[in-house]
Design a protein. Structure first.
Length: 84
């Protein structure tokens, strides 16, 4: 009794995305670059390497991270497509 309630937080609330169509918070910068380089049409990892300037190993690792987050999916032919 007599203890004031804490004010609601004024910063961004919890949530997986920063905004419509944006990558979730907490992704490494390299993963964000890979996600931006991907389109909704299937793209080869080599194309992502060329678009981002990252190494093939970095792109491969970041594609795995993005897949675990449900942001990309592999498609037949060794290609990847952005989900959202």
């Amino acid at each position: 009794p007599g203890v004031p309630a804490s004010p609601p937080p004024t910063g961004p609330g919890p949530g997986p995305a920063e905004g419509p169509g944006e990558a979730p918070l907490g992704l490494p910068e390299a993963a964000r670059r890979v996600l931006e380089a991907l389109g909704f049409e299937p793209v080869a990892a080599d194309t992502v390497v060329a678009r981002t300037g990252l190494t093939a190993d970095e792109v491969s690792s970041m594609l795995a991270v993005l897949e675990l987050h449900g942001l990309v999916e592999p498609v037949p032919g060794g290609l990847y497509s952005r989900v959202c």
